[in-house]
Design a protein around this ligand. Structure first.
Ligand code: TXA
Ligand code: MG
Length: 360
């Protein structure tokens, strides 16, 4: 299949692209589109065949349910059995935006879209291109992140092209994603709402709004027989680079020393470092002094962990592109997005975490 790559300009000429993309969705095709979190791989969410095609294009297990994307809040009502009051409060505060809610589903939503669950995930994105595309489609659009299963979520149209060229009808290029991590998921079907996936909207903001909220145990630790994630997708080894990835925690100075020594001590494996812009010069100086040119990927400033979130998945893709054998990553514990960033890093590292002690 030939994949059409359409660059959005933000001007009136985009409207014919949205029309084409919308028509493509209605006729059962697949279109990748930008959102404020990551790029989505969209298909008609009420059409079981389209959902099947999404799983096939991603190479994704079909027990992993899809999120339905809508452009207007009233589009939610036909999809769900009830809208609990907590959901109303969450939608008032955070829709449109990076928040997905889980509801009891109505029969119009096919089992293929929800991986056989009797619940459905719904999100109303805030990216203007997503809104225009969803309005043009005129149906709820089922969209997982537009990566091949097991690869990092795409935060640019180039990432989507790398994974999906030849597998889908169309890619809408709206530039890089602003947030860079997938939406926060909250299950509102329970008496006390439960966070199934941390994201840009953090625990503190949710707790302030709702009072009581729980965090699914699988968010905090490695899923196991005892700890089964309620979001089926959270059990898969996600975002995993081909390289072996190790997460190093501890006081900043000690972490830098440890990672630099490990990288320089390794003679056969090609190592690299994911880090903050603050610590990057330290690694570079150490490597240069040793006469070694090892790759260092500064993702953003510790003072602005939004930058780190925005660049994290691109950095993981870069690690793969240059074919590193091993990558060390610093832990990011202090900023407002720490929960979401650490959740993705731990999963990417397959929960291989090294804790060190030592100088601050
Ligand atoms: O930011 C996002 O949410 C992006 C953009 C494209 O909107 N989408 C996204 O979709 O990250 P995906 O498919 O990569 O992740 C969806 C997650 C999976 O972990 C899935 O298991 C969970 O949502 N999920 C979907 N429906 C669910 C349901 N009914 N109950 C529990 N978890 C659900
Ligand atoms: Mg995904």
């Amino acid at each position: 299949m030939k994949t059409e790559f359409a660059v959005l300009t933000g001007g009136p000429e985009d409207s014919s692209l949205y029309e084409r993309a919308g028509a493509c969705i209605r006729s059962g095709g697949l279109v990748a589109f930008p959102t404020e979190t990551v790029y989505g791989l969209g298909g008609n969410g009420l059409d079981r065949t389209a959902s099947g095609r999404i799983y096939a294009a991603k190479g994704r297990p079909s027990d992993n349910p899809l999120i339905l994307h809508i452009a207007r809040r009233e589009d939610l009502l036909p999809l769900v059995k009830a809208v609990p009051s907590a959901a109303d409060r969450l939608m008032d505060a955070f829709w449109p935006g990076p928040l997905t809610l889980i509801f009891r589903k109505n029969a119009v939503v096919p089992d293929e879209t929800t991986g056989g669950l009797d619940t459905v995930a719904v999100r109303m994105p805030s990216h203007p291109a997503a809104t225009a595309f969803l309005l043009a489609a005129g149906v709820p659009v089922a969209a997982p992140s537009a990566n091949l299963s097991g690869r990092p979520s795409p935060t640019s149209a180039e990432h989507v092209r790398a994974d999906m060229d030849g597998r889908i009808e169309m890619i809408l290029d709206g530039g890089p994603c602003d947030i860079g991590l997938e939406s926060t998921i909250v299950d509102v079907t329970e008496e006390v709402p439960v966070i199934l996936r941390p994201g840009y909207i953090g625990l503190a903001a949710l707790r302030e709004l709702l009072g009581e909220i729980r965090v699914d145990p699988a968010v905090l630790s490695r899923p196991s027989e005892e700890i089964r994630p309620k979001a089926p997708g959270m059990k898969y080894r996600h975002y995993a680079p081909q390289a072996e990835m190790l997460l190093v925690e501890g006081p900043a100075g000690a972490v830098e020393d440890y990672i630099a020594e490990q990288c320089l001590g390794e003679e056969t494996l090609r190592c690299g470092v994911l880090c903050s812009t603050e610590s990057a010069p330290h690694y570079r100086a150490r490597f240069e002094k040793a006469g070694r040119r090892l790759p260092v990927f500064p993702m953003g400033s510790l003072k602005q962990d939004e930058e780190i979130a925005r660049h994290l998945f691109a950095a993981l893709r870069e690690v793969d592109r240059i074919g590193l054998d091993r990558v060390y990553t610093e832990a990011f514990r202090d900023g407002p997005l720490a929960e979401a960033i650490m959740n993705r890093l731990k999963k990417a590292a397959g929960y291989r975490i090294i804790e060190i002690t030592g100088k601050e």
